[in-house]
Design a protein around this ligand. Structure first.
Ligand SMILES: [Zn+2]
Length: 151
């Protein structure tokens, strides 16, 4: 039976030129490129997010957005990093995984009152609906994001 695929959109900042791009998550296989610099936008790994881009990304994305608030000097963040890499790779198109460097983005840290790192925020429909401080294993991360077991 023929079905019509309804586009699932996301808004992401280009890792090279920081331009916000709209991408269709149902067409990742077509290798989306940045509309400005033409370089590939790779969604199989966490993307950087910043004070400047966070609103555009979380409001313009129709799947849950995970924001990993981290710092380079934070030990538990280093434990969390490969777990987030795995999530981004396994569930690309179902969830957008982003990372926010807390040392470089003080406005977001203040706004969400982030007092410990790593802090994981999950946004749905532009709103921060879940927050969790501290590193967690993959299964707990999936539960936090609201991902069900893959059928
Ligand atoms: Zn670009």
């Amino acid at each position: 039976m023929a079905v019509t695929e309804i586009g699932k959109g996301a808004t992401v900042a280009c890792p090279f030129c920081a331009t916000l791009n709209r991408v269709d998550l149902t067409r990742i296989a077509d290798h989306p490129k940045c509309g400005r610099c033409g370089r590939p936008i790779l969604l199989d790994r966490p993307l950087s997010i910043s004070d400047a881009s966070i609103d555009g990304v979380v409001r313009g994305t129709e799947v849950p957005v995970v924001v990993d608030c981290y710092a380079d000097w934070c030990g538990p963040c280093k434990i969390m990093a490969p777990i987030l890499d795995d999530l981004a790779r396994d569930r690309q198109g179902d969830v957008l995984v982003t990372k926010l460097d807390t040392d470089r983005n003080p406005a977001t840290v203040r706004r969400f009152d982030i007092r410990a790192i790593p802090t994981l925020l999950v946004f749905r429909g532009g709103e921060a609906v879940v927050r969790h401080a501290g590193a967690i294993p993959r299964q707990e991360l999936d539960t936090l994001v609201g991902l069900s077991i893959r059928p």
